[in-house]
Design a protein. Structure first.
Length: 528
């Protein structure tokens, strides 16, 4: 670099030299050849100009090399889900629908190194709450669902919009009337029902309707022939993720949901020793509700003209009723195509009954909250021990919205080392201050710019708790191998989330979150 240093004075001097060599010498004779007629005899001639460099300026450095950015994937990857790739399903057994579960690419060879492109004519999503009613067809260009489910009023294509009239397989006349029927049996408006699991969610119209009651619904469905049910839900601004009852547990801790729902979700509840209903029992809170609508419920009316089918559904309902009874559930009501069961608030009586019946057993020796690639077992997950027959196992929860800021029972009972009542409230206040700062910086939390938010290392959910005043919902993610398993605390606050391994792809579609929040997550994976 030193040899590149050039003096501006040197450049000027060189120019003068070149000029003097190019033209005839017309300079006047030296001064000493002329007589000087000056009044000041002491006048002295100024020294000659100096052209040597006193200051140097280095040439500008070479511009940095532009890194090679990732190219875009081809257009057929527009809706690519790495761990839910239909093109790879044939490589896995179809039994128990295992081929529909998470199957992530191997670390070597199968992974893509490109950016997922947006669909042609993709546009900014419809803002909430308008997105409950319609979304842009160009963002989720799947017309097949509008054809296959046309008679069931799931979704209609109207010009450049996909319109959601609120219908469904079990509520063709509208989800509001359907929810009103459930409300007659389940206290939806009391604040005691806050978190709900909807299995086989369709386009999540059920979850959308429950928002009118301040109920937060986790809607799950697999990738199937109907195409992108979960993507429709997320485009509408509703909580959802890809998931299926198959071989492994659902990625939620025990006692997570106040209610679970299935509307013609096609889950074989009585097969495999009742495995799937026992998984619902695991994630239901003590005293939680399970709602089933559609076959085999109401088979006498629905299939009165089809004797063979009626007999099959009669047997199926008898088997289902027996399974629920042996799991110590109580049937609350059956109204038309809707049946409701309730899980016991503790297992004092259930333990005695199971000893007498000698059929279903309580699970022994496994962590009820461990659910990341953990296989389901055909046994009942035991509830925490209590001595009072009227006590609620694991501790009672406050009604919403008090539940959000009340200390969760998992903390008051010292189940999580290092987290106390004091640190819980300190963390809550800390994130309230931080979110206030975020609000100043982002300037859009109260507007329609953000709706679907993910916290990739949620801790005890204080970030999401601080956002409750804004028109957003948060997917609280707790790494499955985190030092403290806090996802149960998140659910006890009336929030929702999931376990995750961030070395793998999340169970969602591209372009489904408006804002992703990360705190102390990279340090967890720096050596992995």
């Amino acid at each position: 670099m030193a040899d590149q240093v050039v003096s501006i004075s040197e450049i000027a001097f060189s120019s003068l030299q070149t000029s003097s060599q190019s033209w005839p010498d017309t300079s006047p004779p030296p001064l000493h050849d002329h007589s000087l007629h000056c009044s000041n005899p002491n006048f002295s001639i100024s020294p000659p100009l100096q052209f040597s460099a006193h200051h140097t300026l280095p040439l500008p450095p070479e511009p940095p090399k532009i890194p090679n950015f990732l190219d875009f994937c081809s257009e057929n990857f527009t809706n690519y889900c790495p761990c839910h790739d239909p093109s790879r399903e044939n490589g896995f057994p179809a039994e128990n629908k295992f081929d529909k579960e998470r199957h992530c690419p191997e670390e070597t060879g199968e992974g893509l190194r490109c950016l997922i492109p947006a669909p042609v004519r993709y546009r900014r999503p419809v803002p909430w709450p308008k997105s409950r009613e319609f979304v842009w067809f160009s963002n989720v260009p799947f017309p097949r669902l509008t054809v296959y489910k046309k008679s069931q009023n799931w979704v209609r294509l109207e010009g450049d919009r996909l319109v959601f009239p609120g219908g469904g397989t079990s509520f063709r006349q509208g989800v509001k009337g359907y929810v009103e029927e459930i409300k007659k049996v389940v206290p939806l408006a009391s604040g005691s029902i806050r978190t709900v699991l909807d299995v086989g969610c369709g386009v999540a119209s059920f979850g959308a309707s429950l928002m009118d009651y301040n109920i937060l619904t986790m809607s799950i469905a697999p990738i199937d022939n109907h195409e992108a049910q979960v993507q429709f839900a997320l485009e509408r601004g509703l909580p959802a993720m890809l998931g299926i009852l198959s071989v492994h547990r659902l990625p939620y801790p025990s006692r997570s949901f106040d209610m679970a729902h299935c509307s013609r979700c096609l889950v074989p509840w009585t097969q495999y020793g009742g495995l799937y209903l026992m998984e619902i029992d695991r994630v239901l809170r003590p005293g939680g509700y399970w709602i089933l609508s559609g076959p085999p419920i109401n088979w006498k009316v629905t299939y009165k003209d089809y004797q063979s089918q009626a007999q099959d559904f009669e047997k199926e309902q008898i088997s289902l009723e027996d399974l629920a009874r042996r799991m110590c559930w109580k049937k609350v009501a059956e109204r038309g195509p809707i049946a409701v069961w309730r899980k016991p608030t503790n297992h004092i009586h259930c333990i005695q009954k199971l000893k007498l019946w000698k059929s279903i057993q309580l699970c022994v020796g496994n962590d009820p909250d461990a659910s990341w690639y953990k296989k389901m077992d055909p046994c009942i997950t035991p509830l925490p021990n209590v001595t009072d027959i009227h006590a609620i196992s694991g501790g009672a929860l406050q009604k919403w919205p008090k539940r959000l800021m009340s200390t969760p029972p998992r903390i008051t009972s010292d189940l999580i080392k290092g987290i106390t009542v004091k640190t819980f409230h300190e963390d809550t206040q800390l994130w309230r201050k931080r979110v206030s700062h975020y609000h100043v910086v982002l300037k859009s939390l109260k507007t329609d710019k953000y709706r679907n938010i993910m916290d990739v290392n949620a801790g005890i959910g204080s970030f999401a708790a601080a956002l409750v005043e804004f028109p957003v919902w948060v997917m609280n993610v707790v790494p499955f191998d985190a030092e403290k398993n806090t996802l149960g605390v998140v659910f006890e606050r009336g929030l929702i989330g999931t376990y995750m391994n961030w070395c793998e792809a999340f169970s969602t579609y591209p372009r489904t979150y408006d804002l992703i929040h990360a705190y102390s997550v990279f340090s967890m994976y720096i050596d992995k």
